[in-house]
Design a protein around this ligand. Sequence first.
Ligand code: PEP
Length: 252
Amino acid sequence: MARRPFIAGNWKMHKTAPEAAKTAEQLAALVADAADVDVMIAPTFTALEAVRKGIEGSPVALGAQNLFWETEGAYTGEISPPMLVAAGCKYVIIGHSERREYFGETDETVNKRIRAALDHNLIPILCVGESESQREAEKTFSVLDKQIKNGLQGFSLDDLKDLVIAYEPVWAIGTGKTATKEQAQEVHAYIRSLIGDMYAKSLADSLRIQYGGSVKPGNIKELMDMDDVDGALVGGASLEAETFSKIVRFNK
Ligand code: PEP
């Protein structure tokens, strides 16, 4: 089944609002005619508005890097789903390994965030992936099993029709070590069959699975050539418009 490629940039804790606006405008111009691929950037919360303006009228969509599951209330420092919707977000990254490692994110909180995103028509990008020691101990599939089954507990087939999963081996994030195309394909195929077992072949067939971990202009094409790799979640190489645009235009 042909799935529309989806290239997303995660700017993490980089760029002030004026810096983000500048990069967003450059990117919007560079990918203005990218009609065959979905593109998203997720800046910091303080730069959402500036980036929204910078990408207006372009194929680039806006995403957030996280959300809190309550709609409003006494939750100092948190951002709610309606706030992201009002800021123009279409997507939200959930369960990034940096949030799991540094900010106490668990499969249970991931589950609540996905529920909240779906309740407000935000498309969740669920991040999963094993650490280096887990891979060495041959626990990759069992780790992914747990992250996906617990993260998606309680959702119906219909809930998940737009879900995106990003496979991001922790050992490949920001390290310059990319999974080989064969390693990525093996895990993506596993995730697709798991979703087929948990839900239905129709969802498995339409599910977009991004690869993340040191994706660059030089390795995107070979990754995208793999049957079950439908896109990329890009950190470092998304920070510069020219570089990221080359990843977005991997097919040119
Ligand atoms: C990420 O943080 O999602 C990521 C994949 O980072 P990088 O591309 O820098 O490895």
